[in-house]
Design a protein around this ligand. Structure first.
Ligand SMILES: *[C@@H]1O[C@H](CO)[C@@H](O)[C@H](O)[C@H]1NC(C)=O
Ligand SMILES: *[C@@H]1O[C@H](CO)[C@@H](O)[C@H](O)[C@H]1NC(C)=O
Ligand SMILES: *[C@@H]1O[C@H](CO)[C@@H](O)[C@H](O)[C@H]1NC(C)=O
Length: 346
């Protein structure tokens, strides 16, 4: 029943999106330039492409109702802020007990009544009992055990925020900020199937080395200036590609809640380029995820993880590579589904 409702709801949403698109392009061509001009704030935007220029120009002539925020939005926004805003008197043991025993068909973790904020605060500030390599996966990351016996992944910062990744959509190391951005964006979009993630700074000599396992120590090099740098253990980890602390001795990274749940892993049918037999719910769920990945520009979801029958957004580090490029391919699950009538009567 749940999945049918979901599928139906999403079908309506898709239909609405398509209609909106048609309407949008129709109105774009018939923009009424006599209506009062509303000067939208200037954006740092590449308007060399004509379609972007047209959209930007059209925004100045939007009818007045589009300039007022929908009052329904205020309630949603308030609830969202409240879920992050209640971080007083946090008891680590009870936060992790609630989080790990959470069982719900609508979200991977508790988020209401300040639960999301408490989880982030614990991820960001809890005392670290030990640090090890997290060898699973292609990218360097560490595993922390924090107060309350909770495991946390730590994906270190590799690039400054302003760095632009050139080359293919898969190029470069993971971006730690993409993990954190993905979490907040998913919460805003009401897609609550993503592990909480927050920026954390740890001191290499005070927080990491004293509690590093021998395995981790064997992948740490001391540079000539006495600074300890980690090359870690992972598929692409190389001894000449280390992560070093900043001048103040701190390593910045994304602290991501470790998911101690039974997950099933599937190859994405779009990676295999075959039309697999998928349930309608799964296909709609994949399209949902494709739209999300398009927004963060993550072209790296070759496989996807499923908990129960819900795809979860695990590993969002390959987003935010190059702000000047929109990789439309990421939307293939959306545009191919409709052209190939895979969804039957939608
Ligand atoms: C969030 O918390 C701050 C500080 O406690 C408070 O000033 C602010 O009004 C709160 N915001 C909301 C939306 O609850
Ligand atoms: C989730 O949904 C299934 C049926 O789809 C139901 O049996 C189960 O009780 C639900 N679990 C929770 C925690 O609501
Ligand atoms: C590290 O060494 C490998 C060869 O082992 C090389 O391909 C790679 O480019 C080197 N990385 C850097 C940052 O120099």
């Amino acid at each position: 029943m749940m999945s049918l409702n979901y599928a139906f709801g999403f079908s309506i949403l898709l239909l609405a999106l398509v209609l909106l698109n048609i309407y949008f392009f129709y109105t774009l061509n018939t923009v009424d330039r006599k209506s009062p001009k509303f000067n939208i704030p200037s954006l740092k935007l590449d308007v060399t492409s004509s379609i972007v220029g047209d959209i930007y120009e059209y925004l100045n002539y939007l009818p007045s109702q589009y300039r007022n925020k929908n009052p329904k939005f205020a309630v949603i926004k308030k609830n969202l802020i409240t879920s992050f805003n209640n971080t007083k008197n946090v008891n680590p043991t009870s936060v992790w007990l609630e989080t790990t025993s959470w069982s719900n068909n609508n979200s991977l973790f508790p988020h209401e009544n300040g639960a999301a904020g408490k989880i982030l605060q614990m991820l960001q500030t809890s005392h670290i009992a030990f640090v090890d390599n997290a060898p699973k996966g292609t990218q360097l990351k560490l595993l922390f055990l924090i107060e309350g016996n909770q495991k946390v992944y730590f994906k270190p910062k590799r690039y400054d925020l302003s760095h632009t990744i050139q080359g293919s959509i898969y190029a470069g190391y993971d971006r730690h900020n993409s993990e954190v951005f993905a979490y907040y964006m998913a919460m805003i979009l009401n897609f609550k199937w993503i592990p909480p993630s927050v920026i954390r700074k740890v001191h290499m000599d005070k927080d990491v080395l004293p509690v590093a396992t021998n395995g981790l120590k064997s992948t740490i090099l001391k540079k000539n200036d006495g600074v300890s740098c980690i090359y870690g253990k992972c598929f692409f980890c190389k001894a000449n590609e280390t992560v070093c602390p900043e001048n103040n001795g701190e390593l910045e990274g994304a602290a991501i809640l470790y998911l101690d749940k039974q997950l099933k892993v599937y190859k994405s049918p779009w990676r295999r380029k075959v039309k697999a037999t998928l349930s309608r719910k799964r296909l709609l769920n994949l399209i949902n995820v494709a739209i999300f990945d398009f927004l963060i520009q993550n072209g790296d979801r070759h496989r996807y993880e499923v908990y129960g029958d819900q795809i979860i957004l695990l590993d969002n580090g390959k987003g935010l590579g190059n702000p000047s490029v929109d990789e439309l391919d990421i939307l293939a699950p959306l545009y191919q589904c409709c052209s190939q009538s895979q969804l039957g009567d939608i």
